[in-house]
Design a protein around this ligand. Sequence first.
Ligand code: SAH
Length: 269
Amino acid sequence: MPMPNVSKIKIRDLRLNDLLNHPLNKSAQVFLVGAGPGDPELLTLKAYKVIRAAEVVLYDRLVSPEILALIPDKAEKVYVGKARANHSVAQDTISQLLVDYANAGKITVRLKGGDPFIFGRGGEELELLAKNNIQFEVVPGITAASGCAAYSGIPLTHRDYSQSVRFITGHLKSGQVNLNWKELALDQQTLVFYMGLVGLDEISNQLIKFGRNASTPIAIVEKGTTPDQKVHISTLGEVNNLLASTDIHPPTLIIIGEVVCLHDKLAWK
Ligand code: SAH
């Protein structure tokens, strides 16, 4: 294969300052931005730029304090966080606030933990913006699954153990965990449960009932990528004992599958 002609790449174009000074999309009125899973250095450059340019920021509970500290002093900060089953600000109200701030001509940033399109209701909020002809841009973030996997040394796929990975919510609007257990119990796949701690008892029981081996390893990653990160390792069959004997603090991400056994060798943090 011919080598690319390196001399043709303008090194100057690759400089960080140039990237940071590159102007933002002027036509966007609202930026839906993923803040990543916790470690502030996992913020993207684009997210950083958008936050620094913000006039209003509506943010969630899971956005880390170090990232909130990047919001300019003169920008308005609006907390619209929701704890599980305790929606402090209703979803419709948040969407309406975005419309109102955008119509008032403010550079409006909707800042969410992780990636806004993965269990972040980003889609729901954008639908109302689209309906109101508000221009928006979406800035992806590192989702909890990627962050927690990397920082706990658990590759989500691995040619020896797992050919696919599924991101699943353990918490449904109805309050029940109602999933296709037969499919989820198949081998050679990694399951990642967001919001799964409360339902973990049922999740593990159902997976075993539908044929997944009780010795399948499971990791509960607590406060992933933050200085308080903890990784609890167990198996489907024994996780109930772990839950009964250990204090586990949210947010937590649950990884189930043979890849979890790599944590022993690959944990670096
Ligand atoms: N949009 C987010 C997910 C929002 S749902 C994302 O892409 O990451 C909230 C759930 O994400 C939490 O209940 C938890 O399961 C998971 N989560 C988010 N941040 C986490 C973290 N730092 N460590 C562990 N789990 C996390």
